[in-house]
Design a protein around this ligand. Structure first.
Ligand code: ADP
Ligand code: ASP
Ligand code: MG
Length: 452
């Protein structure tokens, strides 16, 4: 049994869905379970509907709903036009859009949108795509069966970033998905969405369909998890930043995980953990070029000084300076308790004798954090910073790689630096605007090319 996940561009229109059907057909002997994202861009459009509703802009919100309706019905017509199923499926999709429009109306009357209602809105993307994809797969000869992800993907109630309850998910997957596979059917479900045990719709956070795929894969002890996307695999850098980024044919779980956490969007950061627990290999393939070798993520991969470089901007650096207290035992615990209390996760940490610096991705609770941190010492905030991560299992093997990295950064100003305890990720904090040039310089240094 394998899990096959298609991202937004890989189910973005009728032609992409037809390619996905061909890929699934080629996998039938391996008993695939299919996880699909919303049609590319649909989640953004749905969240915009939510935003318009929150502002009480009903007309704008309904316009957004109708644009999405037209798009889905058009692709449905291209895929299924002339078949017996066409009217039923179009009716089913349209009914979902009616429900969405009602929701938008209700929310714009309130003029207020909660995380819970945002999840309800965002979830339509995967509900729609999974219904359409199932219908088309059936028409193209695949014995597909729709599975409502909300019956399987049980989560807590932290709406918009819900935490999956893996034991319940494993139970549900065994009850609902496994019997279908045993009957020779191909279960198709939406990624990204889930529900609380009380049945309220949740989502796993943006890009969460990869995570859904690995959760299902782990729940059913799949042989492999395939992530089908719009690039050839995991590359030595984001191809939008580095023109000649190269394919990495094999990479270690821990390296891939660090890269995903520090900006390699090709994989949701949580995808690796469920797979690594059971040693399930994860593959990344290009759905436009299914003949490519892709990337294989496993325990055993070549030991390289640098495997890839990732980065992200929009990071906030928080520095707490407390000359007398830092070395006192319990001080760091108190600092981190404050971040925990305000549910803010910390990415990179560096300490000196008198200060501790941390980066955070989400400054939503910054004011409250500051109030509490100031009780411990002087606090400074640096916004618009960026993180660049130089990841390689062998980066510590010799002094050479790190030295080369720092030399390559040249005039790029470094505000903080940290080497992960696992010794595979050298992270530097730079100005947000320097993330792109820093990645380009590092890429040229370690992989050659023309980007410097
Ligand atoms: P999907 O919709 O299939 O989930 P995403 O847009 O989430 O696709 O992820 C694919 C994108 O990730 C690529 O188009 C690429 O721009 C970006 N990306 C960032 N870093 C990397 C990397 N190291 N290797 C490959 N792609 C990367
Ligand atoms: N559709 C969701 C998003 O755009 C989840 C995903 O594509 O992985 O964030
Ligand atoms: Mg993605």
């Amino acid at each position: 049994m394998i899990v096959v996940k298609f991202g937004g561009t890989s189910v973005g229109d009728a032609a992409a869905i037809a390619r996905a059907a061909a890929i699934v057909t080629s996998r039938l002997p391996r008993r695939p379970i299919v996880v699909v994202s919303a049609l590319g861009g649909a989640t953004n459009a749905l969240l915009a509907v939510g935003e318009q509703s929150a502002k009480g802009h009903l007309i704008g919100a309904l316009r957004g709903v109708e644009t999405l309706r037209e798009r889905h019905l058009r692709e449905c017509e291209t895929l299924l036009g002339g078949t017996d199923a066409a009217d039923d499926v179009a009716g089913e999709l349209s009914a979902m859009f009616d429900e969405l429009a009602h929701l938008a109306e209700a929310l714009s009357t309130l003029g207020h949108v909660t995380p819970r209602s945002l999840d309800a809105i965002a979830s339509f993307g995967e509900q729609l795509s999974s219904s359409l994809v199932t219908a088309y797969f059936k028409e193209s000869g695949i014995d597909a069966e729709y599975v409502d992800a909300r019956d399987v993907m049980i989560t807590d109630d932290r709406f918009t970033e819900a935490e999956p309850l893996s034991e319940v998910i494993a139970e549900r997957a065994r009850e609902i998905i496994q019997p279908l596979v045993r009957q020779g059917k191909v279960p198709v479900m939406g990624g990204f969405i889930g529900a609380t045990s009380g049945g309220i719709t949740t989502t796993l956070g943006r890009g969460g369909s990869d995570y859904s795929a690995s959760l299902v894969g782990a729940a059913l002890h799949a042989e492999s998890i395939e992530i089908w996307t719009d690039v050839d695999g995991m590359l030595t850098a984001d191809p939008r930043v580095v023109d000649d980024a190269r394919l990495i044919e094999q990479i270690r779980f821990d390296e891939a995980s660090e890269l995903a956490s520090f900006g390699a969007k090709v994989l949701h950061p949580n995808t690796i953990a469920p797979a690594v627990r059971l040693g399930i290999p994860v593959f990344i393939y290009n759905s436009r070029r299914p003949e490519g070798t892709g990337t294989r993520i496993t325990f055993d991969a070549p030991h390289r000084p640098v495997s890839a470089i990732a980065g992200k901007s929009g990071v906030t650096l928080v520095k707490v300076t407390a000359p007398r207290m830092l070395l006192a035992h319990g001080f760091l615990r108190r600092v981190f308790e404050i971040f925990e209390r305000h549910e803010t996760s910390v990415d990179v940490v560096a300490t000196s004798e008198v200060s501790v610096s941390v980066t955070i991705d989400d400054p939503g609770r910054l004011e409250e954090l500051l109030l509490d941190l100031r009780a411990l010492g002087d606090v400074s905030i640096e916004r618009d910073r960026g993180i660049v991560a130089i990841v390689g299992a062998g980066i510590c093997d010799t002094a050479g790689a790190m030295g080369r990295a720092l030399m390559a950064l040249g005039s790029v100003r470094i505000h903080m630096m940290s080497l992960s305890a696992t010794g595979i990720n050298l992270t530097v904090i730079v100005d947000g605007a320097s993330v792109t040039p820093a990645i380009q310089r590092l890429h040229t240094e370690f992989f050659g090319g023309v980007n410097a």
